[in-house]
Design a protein around this ligand. Structure first.
Ligand code: 5GP
Ligand code: ZN
Length: 155
């Protein structure tokens, strides 16, 4: 048991969000329950850029429990309303980077809530639009059924 604890500690040693959860790093908290916590991102390209994280260390979306995923995504909807009421933002991005290749820099899962304003010039989704893949209906059907099959397997 002692060793397992030591290993867990070593694994989370450098995780800044675990430090916040453990009170080792100062961070005012917007919301906290048994599963997840919301606080301001240290970087504020737009004001009220918020993060929602699971309380327990989970590296990315693949490591989340179903309960954590539910709690985090439900909170994202509630907090989006709160952010809009506070900022009057006409739009808001909800996004999560998973894996270094996807731009993840803190390896403790988090959802970003980013209020958007006319002319703010943030380019969070650059590169998503204008791609022409898949090219055929058959390809689209194949991709759709691949994911349907995988979902059915995990039911
Ligand atoms: P990622 O790049 O992994 O999607 O997002 C990591 C986010 O964590 C970044 O937006 C970054 O500003 C934020 N972040 C990094 N260190 C800290 C910190 O110590 N406190 C807070 N509140 N946010 C942090
Ligand atoms: Zn962590």
């Amino acid at each position: 048991m002692k060793q397992a604890g030591a290993v867990a500690e070593a694994m989370t040693e450098k995780c800044v969000f675990c430090k916040i959860m453990g009170g080792e790093k100062y961070q005012p908290v917007i919301y906290h329950d048994g599963l997840c916590t919301a606080f301001m991102d240290i970087n504020q390209p737009n004001p009220y850029h918020v993060l929602i994280v699971p309380n327990s260390h989970a590296e990315d979306i693949y490591a989340l429990s179903a309960d954590e995923a539910s709690a985090i995504f439900q909170l994202s909807a509630r907090l989006s309303h709160a952010i809009r009421r506070v900022t009057n933002c006409p739009g808001l991005n909800v996004l999560s980077n998973n894996g270094r290749v996807a731009g993840q820099t803190v390896f403790h899962f988090h959802l970003h809530l980013m209020p958007r304003f006319q002319g703010d010039r943030l380019r969070l989704a650059a590169g998503l639009m204008g791609r022409k893949y898949p090219k055929t209906d058959a390809e689209l059907e194949r991709m759709t059924s691949n994911l349907k099959d995988q979902l059915a397997k995990s039911e």
